[in-house]
Design a protein around this ligand. Structure first.
Ligand code: AMP
Length: 219
């Protein structure tokens, strides 16, 4: 039996992680697991857990490693993730990376991809970003009609601006990424698992490049 294909997607908020992961899901037929989407679904449910999570997310801070462990372990152990997955938004701290390693023994992860985008570019993208609350499609104000009408062109769902896509929260999130998540990239680089690609340019071409790197490693 072939080893599972486990892909990690890294990048600052607004680097296009979600867009790339969605395209990889369509091409590789592996589940796209976004911890941000899972937490937003919890927040939208209005449960006590969801309300706590919403306050943390709105401030641009990270949910604790302990809470994330429960969320991630349950999802990665689901049957649809047995052949692999595209993990978007996890791990984000050294503690989370250690937990993931333990959880994925013995095969481990297959590849970690970092989308590189300059800070001023992601700031502009985030402030203009609009998302569909039903299917997760991403639109840009000033470019896409769905961002103006509030109706998703893909599924007819409602298109909104995320509560944490504000100038203040973006600053906090970029600082957190630089401080906690960027050091993790070295951890994967040292193990020969990291590929860095530019996240600026045509999303379809970026996905082509990522698929080529994944296929090259799969052999
Ligand atoms: P994202 O959609 O990946 O930008 O995540 C949105 C927000 O969800 C983050 O700013 C955090 O507050 C929270 N979050 C998502 N993934 C994680 C994680 N792995 N650890 C802690 N908090 C997370």
């Amino acid at each position: 039996m072939a080893a599972p294909l486990r892909i990690l997607v890294f990048g600052k908020q607004g680097s296009g992680k979600g867009t790339l992961a969605t395209r990889l899901h369509a091409r590789l037929l592996l589940p796209h697991i976004s911890t941000g989407d899972m937490l937003r679904a919890a927040a939208a449910s209005g449960s006590e857990f969801g309300q706590r999570v919403a306050a943390i997310m709105d401030a641009g801070e990270l949910v604790s490693d302990e809470v994330m462990e429960g969320v991630v372990e349950e999802r990665l152990n689901a049957p649809d993730a047995a052949d692999g997955f595209i993990l978007d938004g996890y791990p984000r701290t050294p503690g989370q990376a250690a937990f993931l390693d333990e959880l994925l023994l013995p095969d481990g992860i297959s590849i970690a991809i970092e989308l590189q985008v300059a800070d001023d570019v992601v700031r502009g993208r985030i402030v203009n970003r609009r998302v569909c609350t039903s299917c997760g499609a991403i639109y840009a104000a000033g470019r896409d009609e769905s961002a103006e009408t509030g109706v998703c062109a893909a599924c007819g769902g409602t298109v909104i601006q995320r509560d944490d896509d504000t100038e203040e929260a973006v600053g906090a999130r970029l600082a957190t990424y630089a401080q906690l998540t960027e050091p993790l990239l070295e951890y994967y680089e040292d193990r020969g698992l990291l590929e860095r690609i530019s996240g600026e340019g045509d999303p379809e071409a970026i996905a082509d490049g990522a698929v080529a790197l994944i296929e090259a490693r799969r052999g």
